[in-house]
Design a protein around this ligand. Structure first.
Ligand code: SF4
Length: 186
């Protein structure tokens, strides 16, 4: 069985087209956002806090950045380089990590944290049934995109494209131009 990286749950939730370009066309253009993120993860692994987790049913595998005792619970923290906001894709990635941790170590997970380096603040995320269901939906979409032979459409949120690592391959600006740009008689 092939396992998909947990981090790609974040990618597909952020923009299915980006997932498609990165994973299926192997277009892994690196920009400073990706590089900074990798440095962050390498540093985390050096201090010995990276733990491999997996989920045979979801078909996911990845690394938990940090897990610490908090009261009676073992609580996961995922580190991000950006700023604190309501980043749904980050929440889904964290929830997917927690579901994989539960599966790997048979240890229930109720909540976790996302720590944003840019603002040095962390956000608590509760693993609600709705969030867990969205993880299943994201994984299902990843598997469908693997079989797909056509590009998903561009995102309807142009702000997402500003720092996108596959922007050159995607060309969202061209695709957003109105038909009259290409044919002035329209
Ligand atoms: S540039 Fe925009 S539409 Fe294209 S893959 Fe990135 S986020 Fe998605």
């Amino acid at each position: 069985m092939d396992y998909l990286p947990i981090s790609k749950v974040n990618t597909v939730a952020f923009c299915p087209r980006r997932y498609y370009i990165e994973m299926l066309l192997a277009d892994t253009e690196t920009n400073h956002h990706v590089t900074e993120g990798q440095t962050l993860h390498d540093r985390t692994k050096r201090v010995g806090e990276g733990i491999w987790v997996w989920h045979d049913e979801l078909g996911l595998v990845g690394i938990v950045d940090q897990i610490k005792q908090e009261g009676e619970e073992l609580v996961i923290t995922e580190f991000k380089k950006g700023y604190l906001a309501d980043h749904k894709s980050d929440q889904l990635q964290l929830c997917a990590l927690a579901m994989c941790y539960e599966y790997s170590f048979t240890t229930p997970q109720d909540y976790g944290y996302i720590y944003y380096h840019q603002t040095r603040r962390k956000q608590r995320v509760d693993y609600t049934p709705e969030l867990r269901h969205e993880v299943y939906e994201a994984v299902d979409l990843m598997k469908r995109l693997e079989r797909s032979t056509s590009y998903p459409p561009i995102t309807d949120n142009p702000n997402k494209c500003k720092g996108c690592s596959v922007k050159e391959a995607c060309q969202p600006s061209l695709l957003r131009k109105k038909p009259s740009h290409w044919n002035p008689t329209l």
